[in-house]
Design a protein around this ligand. Structure first.
Ligand SMILES: [Zn+2]
Length: 355
């Protein structure tokens, strides 16, 4: 069987234009449509092809993506608690909280981690409830604009419980994945910010985009000077003098995308680049924990000025999580230059010692 040809340049432009119209002309009473767009884009990358073929997606699979997307969102935002004493989970709906948050919050409360939730007996039921929600709410509304239906993405599939992406749609999502995700995320963010119910939670903190989607921020530059003072103008990793260093996330950003003040270190550009997304070797962990113990208060003070989140105990616990995870995967840790080494297990006693 020959494969259908990939979308032409004209098809691609038309696709992007229609996505833009969905986001600007659609009516949004909850954040579900943004999540649906992100879920379909992600699934196209995971299961689709670059030619013009159609793609069947089970609604249950979309529901699983929903649970993952809302997983971050169902934790309290910061430590604020709202007037009625409940903890501050951001509202995702005009009026009552979105039902997806109730579903995910329960899972999260029982299982803490998404991987554990996935392996639990409760997962199937949560997926079923979410699939019903997806089917009832955004699935047949996403392509409806104010005065017009723009059914260009998908229709019902002859296979029960599936939708069928139209020819070339998966290929377009694959090609423009990053762009579509960014468009959907920025509208999602705006929607949450505009809900009056969220005003008290959003107050002073400014890491909402980061909390929801793990978007890296650029304000860290303000930590260079104070960290240089605290570290005696030395790189945390090689201990040599550093003139114009960089801020590095000790537990790599790719593993834990949130800026916690005590996770930030000053390092050489070169050291930072070599370390990349690897965990730092245990000898670095030792130095990092010692630095935080000796200078925890000074880092806290600098971070308050720079409007960066402070939670020393939480940061150490994130490190514990990252190293335990690394150990279970036999991950290589970065020592220096191109040198890596396995974990010896010393990380465990170090974390106890400083914890
Ligand atoms: Zn260095």
């Amino acid at each position: 069987m020959t494969r259908p040809p990939p979308p032409t340049a004209a098809d691609q432009v038309a696709f992007l234009g229609r996505i833009e119209r969905l986001l600007s002309e659609g009516q949004f009473v909850a954040t579900y449509k943004y999540a649906l767009l992100v879920a379909i884009a992600d699934l196209s990358v995971q299961h689709g092809h670059d030619d013009g073929s159609e793609l069947d997606l089970p609604v249950r699979l979309i529901a699983e993506q929903f649970i993952e997307l809302y997983w971050r969102h169902s934790a309290p935002y910061g430590r604020h608690s709202v007037g009625d004493g409940s903890y501050g989970i951001l509202i995702q709906n005009n009026g009552r909280q979105a039902s997806i948050i109730d579903i995910v919050e329960k899972l999260r409360f029982q299982h803490r981690k998404l991987t554990l939730a996935r392996a639990s007996a409760a997962w199937r039921g949560a997926v079923t409830r979410t699939a019903n929600l997806v089917d009832k709410m955004p699935l047949w509304r996403l392509q409806v604009l104010r005065n017009e239906t723009l059914e260009f993405l998908y229709a019902k599939s002859p296979i029960p419980g599936n939708i069928r992406l139209k020819p070339g749609v998966a290929a377009n999502f694959r090609r423009f994945h990053r762009m579509v995700i960014r468009m959907a995320q920025s509208e999602w963010l705006r929607f949450i910010q505009a809900l009056p119910g969220n005003a008290s939670l959003l107050g002073a903190t400014s890491d909402l985009g980061q909390f929801l989607f793990g978007i890296e921020r650029t304000g860290l530059i303000r930590m260079i000077k104070p960290l240089a003072d605290i570290q005696g103008q030395r790189c945390l990793y090689c201990s040599k003098h550093v003139d114009t260093g960089e801020i590095d996330h000790f537990v790599p950003w790719s593993r834990y995308p949130r800026d916690l003040a005590h996770n930030l270190v000053l390092a050489h550009k070169q050291c930072n680049r070599h370390k990349s997304d690897l965990l730092a070797a245990e000898t670095h962990l030792d130095r990092w924990l010692a630095r935080n113990q000796a200078h925890g208060a000074a880092i806290t003070e600098a971070a308050r000025t720079a409007n960066i989140i402070v939670d020393l105990a939480g940061t150490v616990s994130v490190a514990g999580w990252a190293y335990a995870h690394g150990a279970s995967l036999h991950a290589a840790t970065w020592l220096r230059g191109d040198e890596v080494e396995p974990l010896s297990g010393r990380w465990r006693s170090l974390l106890v010692e400083y914890g």
